[in-house]
Design a protein around this ligand. Structure first.
Ligand code: IMP
Ligand code: MG
Length: 334
């Protein structure tokens, strides 16, 4: 069994969908597994000239690959069915390919009503926190308890070890949210309710030694959506927001912007064991001719994009000498 993991190193919205889509184009995965979160996620994917935003459904469906919502996820059945319908209406045959781990937990109307009242964290109001709370309080409802989900259910053990030849299984793990939102490593309480690191992927049924590549995805600047104050006070952040189209793909909220914090990136590279680093949206800073980041609480301003990228690449190598860094424009897939 082999597994690659796509994991976000900042606050979500770094382009995991794009990276996963690229990897699916260039590899022979047998399964794509979403390993955390629910429909709080919004993964923007360009496929066949069309733009799609997926919330629950892993992007394997765009390539005819079995796509599983893993046991680490929480599922809103109504949203799940809406998303399938939407994909089918746009020519993607999702219903045959999507499966839900029978032990994944369900987001109920009660969870939605409770999360709807949140003012402190700035949640997406998709019921995520209350669903995980009830899971851990051992009073949750699981996918196997919802009759309408029966045709989609899968037993992860059966699927990966009994019905497949484990030697032939190649998984792409698709993460949601990001390191800065991780329940343990993020800036608590301004976090989501799931684990957003590589550790979370292996909880979905795959032994740690099967992991091959860890694709850490970040942007050359940072964005965050939520209640804490995050944005820097330079007016350039308004321009970055506009040029970078930094509005939530799930909620439409404007994302707060700041320069890259290399200390956060370094921590996320180390803790996730990233060996392939992808830095997205270089064109946004290039267009504005402004290349700045923070390192050890000091602001570094660079004269051009080459110097900026060289600095990041060099520092990333100091963190992990094996790391391969790729810079990517928002205009092109990597
Ligand atoms: P929740 O996950 O809806 O409970 O929201 C908790 C925090 O995580 C809020 O600051 C959300 O804006 C943020 N968040 C949750 N999912 C995403 C995502 O997919 N992208 C970016 N931020 C997210
Ligand atoms: Mg997103």
């Amino acid at each position: 069994m082999i597994a690659d993991v796509v994991v976000d190193l900042q606050y979500g919205d770094c382009g995991k969908g794009k990276v996963a889509h690229h990897l699916l184009n260039n590899n022979h995965y047998t399964h794509v597994i979403r390993y955390n979160g629910g429909c709080n996620a919004g993964h923007t994917i360009f496929h066949g000239g069309k733009k799609f935003i997926t919330h629950h459904i892993p992007c394997g469906v765009f390539y005819g690959i079995k796509s599983i919502i893993g046991p680490g996820c929480v599922v809103n059945p109504k949203k799940f069915f809406e998303e399938i319908e939407d994909l089918e209406a746009n020519g993607i045959s999702a219903s045959e390919l999507v499966k839900i781990a029978e032990n994944a937990h369900v987001i109920t109307d009660f969870h939605l009503a409770q999360d709807g009242k949140d003012e402190d964290i700035g949640t997406t109001k998709r019921g995520n926190g209350p669903a995980y709370r009830d899971k851990y309080a051992r009073r949750g409802i699981r996918a196997c308890d919802v009759p309408e989900l029966a045709p989609f259910l899968v037993d992860m053990y059966q699927e990966l070890y009994e019905d497949s030849n484990p030697e032939k299984v190649e998984i792409l793990f698709e993460g949601a949210q990001g390191f800065g939102l991780d329940i343990d490593w993020g800036d608590y309480p301004y976090v989501t309710s799931s684990h957003c690191t590589v550790g979370s992927a292996i909880l979905n049924g795959v032994p740690p030694r099967c992991i091959r590549d860890i694709y850490g995805v970040a942007k050359v600047y940072e964005t965050y959506v939520g209640a804490k104050e995050f944005e820097g006070d330079d007016p350039i952040f308004d321009l970055i927001r506009a040029k970078g189209e930094e509005y939530g793909s799930t909620t439409g909220r404007p994302r707060q912007i700041n320069w890259m914090d290399f200390d956060l990136l370094k921590m996320a590279i180390r803790i996730n064991g990233v060996n392939k680093l992808i830095l997205n949206k270089t064109d946004i800073l290039d267009d504005l001719e402004s290349w700045t980041l923070y390192n050890e609480d000091t602001m570094y301003e660079f004269k051009n994009g080459e110097d900026f990228q060289y600095w990041i690449e060099t520092k990333a190598k100091e963190v992990n000498p094996e790391i391969q860094t790729t810079f990517s424009s928002s205009k092109y897939a990597i």
